[in-house]
Each structure stands twice: as structure tokens, then as C-alpha cells.
Design a protein around this ligand. Structure first.
Ligand SMILES: [Zn+2]
Length: 357
């Protein structure tokens, strides 16, 4: 179901928001008015769920396991959130795009390691199976498909429940469960194909998005903002506040490390004092979220104490930013999150908030 409903009331709107709602309610919009009569319209939220992502097998005891997606699917189905979203099909990413960010040597090594049945690549954390290369291509391609659908205005925003995750993958190697830079590839696609030059990547996974940062740290066309566990205590050991980008990209990386025990209040303060002012200055044309849910207090992999509801207000903040700057264009992509019920509940709240944008 493409869920669009209207509850008429009069509210004042910025012109940018009027244009955004115009795309949803073309027939009812009067271009001469500066007042918008539509409030409470449900967003058309795209959802990518595909059983093929569960075929990336990581072996017994690995936290990044297929059951994560099964838990999400079950929760979305119970709450009928999957029905409220617009299903988007996934297809493999174009290798020319992948080769523009990752080295051909790494891609050859990855493909061959999978084909020959190796258990991992580069480090034991990065477990693979014979199908992992193709599933990784599918995951990255799914995000590109969501971005294209938002750019075509067939949906307003989207959540991509993909695996393997991507934000640790470097240009020439895998790291930390990640094979291809899913969100980074989407940003590159927005630059190359859609000709945008101010893309925001907000990474709230509890681990620093080293791969995404390094792929764009010299490029001002991407503003990378990461909130994560402090690198002195949490993998991967990078993401200090002093890392602000290099060369032409200096000032377009913002790292906000959080000490162990940090919770909702500190995240609120970081959004108010650092994240929102930085984004306001940048005025992004598209918002990408590296949405890990492992900063949850129940997550076994890091010492940060967010609640499931924290992902609701963070999502709301980002949809408001997207509405203000770029007609609501936002695509969110699953990264981490390893406590199954906390993950499922947090993702449900995230999607409910996207739908109410
Ligand atoms: Zn993580």
C-alpha cells in the first residue's frame, strides 16, 4: 500500500515544504498560496526487505547474522508497518560504480575469496560464504534503487534492511563485517548520476564509520557526521573529534565520540549543539543515514545506553532537516544492531517515524 492520507488543517509552511508536499498532493496544491492546507500527511516510505540478504552466512556465533533481518521482518509484520510502506525491489549494483570507490584488486580478491569458499576476508570479523559477493552487490544495489526512487519522487523516504553492512569497508579492504560501502556508494551515485554536490551522511551506528569517512574525507561534496563510541574504548579505534577531513574536504567531516555510559541526554545535546548547526550551514540536497542500532543499551557490542525511543527522536530530527533543506529526500540504511529484540523494536520506531514525516 502506498500510504497517503490527508487530514486538512491550516498551518504555515516554508516554500520548500510546500514544494515537498506538492509532490505528494499535486492536485490539491495551489502554487499561488503561501499557506499549506495539508497537515498530518503520511509519507510514502519505501522499504527494502529481501530474503536473499539472509543468504550471507557468517557462521556460528557471529553477531552479524541472518536472524537480525528475520527479527526485523517479524516486528514490522506484527505492527503492519511493512504494509504501510512501499516495497522496493533490490537489484545488484553496477560494478562500474563500485570500482569508482573500491580498488579493482580488492574487488577481485573479494569475489575470488567468496567463490573459493574462504571463511573470511582480511580479518576474521569479516566472515563470508560462497554467495557473499553477490549478496553484497545486491545490498549496495538496493540502496541505489531506494535513492533513485526518492529522486524520482515515487517515494518520499526509505529504509533499506540490508546485509552485509557497509560503513567500515575501506577502498581496498573489508573491515568489521562490512564488504562494500553501501551508503558511500549511494552518495557517489548521487554525485555522478544525479549531479548533486551537497550530500549529508549521518552515521549514528555506535562504531565509527571509518570506511565512509575515508572514502570522502577529501571531498566537500559529502558532509560526513558520525556519533559513535569513543575510539579509546570502542572499535574501530578511529573517529576522534580532531578528524575533520583533509585538503578540499577539510571541515566536511564531523566526529562526535561518546564516552562509555553515554545516554539519551548526551545525544540530545550533541544534536542540538553540534549536528544541527553543522547541517544548517551545509544545507544538504539529500540525506543518507547509516542507521546502526547498536548504541542501544541492550546491545552486546558497545557501552552506549540509548533507548529504543531514542531512535524515534533522532529520526524525527533528520526528517525535519530533510524537509527543511531538500524536500524530505532521505534514505536510511541498516548498519549494526545485534540484540535481536532491541534491534527489531528500534527499527520499528524508526520506520513509524519515517512514515509520519
Ligand atoms: Zn556498529
Amino acid at each position: 500500500m502506498s500510504a497517503v492520507s490527508y487530514q486538512l488543517s491550516e498551518v504555515d509552511c516554508e516554500p520548500a515544504i510546500l514544494r515537498h508536499w506538492h509532490a505528494r498532493a499535486q492536485a490539491d496544491w495551489n502554487p499561488k498560496t503561501t499557506r499549506c492546507r495539508f497537515a498530518g500527511i503520511m509519507a510514502r516510505t519505501g522499504l527494502i526487505q529481501d530474503n536473499r540478504f539472509q543468504r550471507h552466512a557468517t557462521g556460528p556465533g557471529h553477531p552479524e547474522r541472518p536472524e537480525r533481518l528475520a527479527a526485523i521482518a517479524e516486528a514490522l509484520s506484527e505492527r503492519r508497518l511493512d504494509e504501510a510502506c512501499t516495497a522496493i525491489n533490490a537489484s545488484p549494483v553496477d560494478m562500474a560504480l563500485v570500482r569508482s570507490l573500491h580498488t579493482p584488486a580488492y574487488l577481485d580478491r573479494l569475489e575470488s575469496a567468496c567463490r573459493t569458499g574462504l571463511a573470511y576476508i582480511d580479518e576474521p570479523d569479516s566472515a563470508i560464504c560462497t554467495e557473499s559477493f553477490e549478496i553484497a552487490r545486491l545490498g549496495a544495489g538496493a540502496v541505489i534503487g531506494a535513492v533513485d526512487a526518492v529522486m524520482a519522487c515515487t517515494i518520499d523516504n526509505a529504509f533499506c534492511a540490508v546485509r552485509p553492512p557497509g560503513h567500515h569497508a575501506e577502498h581496498d579492504r573489508s573491515r568489521g563485517f562490512c564488504l562494500l560501502g553501501n551508503v558511500a556508494l549511494a552518495a557517489k551515485h548521487l554525485i555522478d548520476h544525479h549531479r548533486l554536490d551537497r550530500i549529508l551522511i549521518l552515521d549514528w551506528d555506535v562504531h565509527h564509520g571509518n570506511g565512509t569517512q575515508h572514502l570522502f574525507d577529501a571531498d566537500p561534496r559529502v558532509l560526513f557526521i558520525s556519533l559513535h563510541g569513543h575510539p579509546d574504548f570502542v572499535y574501530p579505534g578511529s573517529g576522534f573529534a580532531t578528524e575533520r577531513g583533509i585538503g578540499a574536504g577539510e571541515g566536511f567531516t564531523l566526529n562526535i565520540p561518546m564516552l562509555p555510559g553515554t545516554g539519551d541526554a548526551e545525544y540530545h545535546a550533541a544534536f542540538a549543539d553540534k549536528v544541527q548547526p553543522e547541517i544548517q550551514r551545509y544545507a544538504p540536497q539529500f540525506v543518507l543515514i547509516s542507521a546502526g542500532f547498536d548504541a542501544h543499551r541492550l546491545d552486546p557490542l558497545a557501552p552506549i545506553n540509548l533507548e529504543s525511543e531514542s531512535f524515534g527522536w533522532m529520526t524525527r530530527t533528520m526528517t525535519e532537516i530533510a524537509a527543511r533543506h531538500c524536500d524530505g529526500r532521505l534514505v536510511s540504511v541498516l548498519e549494526g544492531g545485534y540484540h535481536l529484540s532491541a534491534l527489531a523494536e528500534s527499527v520499528s520506531i524508526h520506520i513509524e517515524t519515517l512514515l509520519s514525516a
